[in-house]
Unconditional design. Structure first.
Length: 305
């Protein structure tokens, strides 16, 4: 069975599908020794090279798929290298060999909270694609007076410069004075969409944090600037909602996966060993000391569908 070239490359963990489309356009991908072009399809027996190096491909169900939840702090940018030298979300992630972390969407520099990373570009692409309708939930603090009319407008839809946008729900989160907290949910991830929606009603967002992506909530053990790896059962459930098959290996922890790699003959020494040692727990990174964060009142039952 043949598949689109960019889809196979993304699944191999070389980057997102969009990134792979750009690599193909740039002539950096070959199939069986011939420079590939966008639209090419490949079979499992084809030899694919990216930048002169062979890419190991596999069926969707055979991918060694990993997903981590990262609690992004404010001040980090969602890019691998920043020309201005600012810290990036990739700086604190665990090191990989033979693949790399792919961000599922982005958060702007002033937004904190849940950010997913995976080694499978196809999973990342499906989670981000509007057709899968994966919702995102944010905790937002706004400054100004918010009326019932404002909330009604935000739920009905507002015309922004890039089209109609809306929240699928807005839930009061409490607060005092001119600052008030809300939980909001939307089905897409356009640039600064949450902020622009509130600004359309004449109020300003001064705190914004993503607390959920689809079925994945930000866990309490993922402190600011730290990551937590999802176990295979949760990864399988995440794949299921976007129509991907995930083969369970029965290995729940990263330590078990590490032991399996050692038993298969791979050696872990030097700097790699140090990196692997850091992966055994969640407390290997030191978070910055900050003032206690205001904990808004959280409603009992919420439905965003």
């Amino acid at each position: 069975m043949d598949e689109k070239l960019q889809k196979v490359l993304a699944r191999a963990g070389t980057g997102s599908r969009r990134e792979m489309e750009n690599r193909i356009r740039e002539g950096r991908v070959t199939v069986n020794g011939t420079v590939a072009k966008l639209g090419d399809r490949v079979r499992p027996t084809d030899t694919i090279e990216l930048n002169g190096f062979e890419v190991k491909t596999s069926a969707s169900s055979d991918v060694d798929r990993r997903v981590i939840i990262y609690n992004k702090p404010e001040g980090e940018v969602c890019t691998r290298k920043d020309p201005e030298g600012r810290p990036t979300v990739f700086d604190r992630l665990p090191k990989l060999r033979g693949s790399r972390w792919i961000a599922v969407g982005r958060l702007d520099i002033n937004t904190s909270g849940l950010l997913l990373f995976t080694t499978d570009g196809e999973l990342a692409n499906r989670l981000m694609h509007p057709s899968t309708e994966v919702d995102r939930e944010y905790l937002v603090r706004v400054m100004g007076t918010v009326t019932e009319e404002h909330i009604s407008n935000l739920k009905k839809g507002v015309l922004l410069e890039d089209g109609i946008a809306q929240f699928t729900d807005v839930v009061d989160g409490g607060g005092e004075g001119i600052n008030h907290w809300f939980y909001v949910c939307l089905m897409e991830g356009r640039n600064r969409e949450v902020r622009r929606l509130w600004e359309s009603q004449g109020v300003k967002v001064n705190r914004l944090k993503r607390v959920r992506f689809g079925p994945v909530f930000l866990p309490s053990k993922a402190k600011v600037g730290r990551w937590v790896e999802m176990d295979e059962t949760d990864v399988s459930a995440l794949c299921e909602i976007v129509g991907l098959e995930h083969k369970l290996t029965g290995l729940k922890s990263q330590q078990e996966k590490h032991d399996r790699r050692r038993q298969s003959g791979s050696r872990v020494t030097g700097s790699v060993a140090k990196a692997k040692a850091r992966e055994k727990g969640f407390d290997w990174q030191a978070s910055e000391k900050k003032q206690p964060e205001f904990k808004p009142r959280r409603p009992g039952q919420r439905s965003f569908r």
